[in-house]
Design a protein around this ligand. Structure first.
Ligand code: BGC
Length: 376
């Protein structure tokens, strides 16, 4: 259909004019609690198709061409919202927060007051809570199109005390697909009426050979980080910022994910599940290069730029063969997450970049996923 429209548009010589339109919504089902969930489709002139839904401001599909121009969905997920609400969902494609990643023992003290969070990843708090974390709530959608492309802005106001966090937090997550190149920008803003920790990320699981392909151990990874944050047996950072030199964490040059992962199998992470301290942006640029993931077979390559200081590289060690989109089986280490973020458990580590947002401040963060293809 998209190809046909492109052909018609090209014939008329009005390609962008004909294709430019505000994304429209279709139904993605009803949540357990009876709320209607909307799915928005973004398209561009470079062959990408992106689908995002109101439940959890979630990235549901990311279809990009391989080196032959074959378009395939390269992220994990489900065919309707019921799948996303099932036990098989491991934060697939969602907006994770209020505080993505871990907070030790689900407790913190801020301005002399103690706060208790749900412990949902023994003995720690993970990805913002249990019932009302950002991936589980319904967001309001505002689709848009402009000269740069199409997008959807999702907004949500998290009330004071939700999932144990202080302050009413007003959030906007925007997905914007560029018109003439396969670049998806994910932008976050937030404002609070009381000091509160915040750390937002997208939790997409990538397999560039196509979602449901058996492994990512043959993908090549490059992470632009001279150091990382070592963790204890519960995956909480020890506080040390350690050089990657001479370790399996030295991913500064492209290397197969499978090359050194064996050295991490006996650790509590069972593979890669670590935060990397990204090298500073070049010159006066705001965005830094975070990671490059390449699948030589299909030729698809993903380059990630971000304003965030860290990235969690998680090699899908806890995937266990659940069934997802179109009956695909999500096997152990068959996808990886590249979660741009502030460092885990920052609230307990004054030497890590600050994650506390104060009233009157505006939280801003942006990550760009840039797709291209490589030759054999
Ligand atoms: C964490 C993993 C966790 C996964 C849950 C990742 O961000 O680092 O430890 O199992 O999320 O899906």
């Amino acid at each position: 259909m998209h190809r046909m429209l492109t052909a018609i548009a090209l014939a008329l010589g009005t390609c962008s004019l004909t294709l430019a339109a505000k994304p429209t919504a279709t139904s993605f089902g009803k949540t357990e609690s009876g709320k209607d969930v909307e799915l928005y489709t973004l398209t561009n002139d470079a062959g990408a198709i992106v689908k995002v839904m109101t439940h959890g401001a979630t990235l549901v599909q990311l279809q990009v061409p391989d080196r032959e121009g074959q378009v395939e969905d390269i992220i994990f997920g489900f065919d309707d919202v019921t799948g996303y609400e099932s036990a098989a969902n491991q934060y697939f494609g969602c907006t994770a927060g209020r505080v993505a990643n871990r907070i030790a023992k689900g407790m913190f003290t801020l301005d002399g007051k103690d706060y208790t969070l749900a412990v949902n990843n023994e003995p720690n708090a993970l990805h913002g809570g249990v019932e009302r974390s950002l991936d589980k709530v319904e967001w309001a959608a505002q689709p848009f199109e402009n000269e740069r492309g199409q997008g959807v802005a999702f907004s949500y106001s998290s009330p004071d005390g939700e999932e144990g966090y202080p302050g009413k937090l007003d959030l906007v997550v925007t997905y914007a697909l560029a018109k003439d190149k396969n670049a998806l920008t994910i932008r976050y803003t937030a404002e609070t009426d009381a000091a509160t920790p915040i750390n937002l990320t997208n939790h997409a699981y990538f397999n560039l050979a196509g979602q449901g392909s058996p492994t990512i151990l043959d993908h090549r990874i490059r992470i632009n980080a001279d150091s990382y944050t070592p963790v204890d047996e519960t995956l909480i950072p020890t506080g040390e910022i350690k050089s990657v030199e001479g370790s399996p964490f030295d991913l500064r040059k492209p290397i197969k994910i499978g090359k050194h992962i064996g050295e991490l199998v006996e650790t509590p992470a069972l593979g890669y599940d670590h935060n990397f301290v990204l090298n500073a942006p070049e010159g006066d640029k705001k965005q830094r290069l975070a990671a490059v993931l390449t699948d030589k077979q299909s030729g698809r390559s993903l380059r990630i730029m971000t304003t965030e200081p860290g990235i969690q590289f998680y090699s899908g060690n806890f995937l266990r063969g659940d069934v997802g989109k179109g009956g695909a089986v999500y096997a152990h280490q068959s996808a990886c997450c590249l979660e741009t973020q502030h460092f885990p458990d920052s609230i307990h580590h004054p030497n890590f970049p600050n994650t506390v947002l104060k009233p009157g401040e505006k939280f801003r963060s942006a990550t760009v996923l840039i797709f291209s293809t490589v030759k054999e």
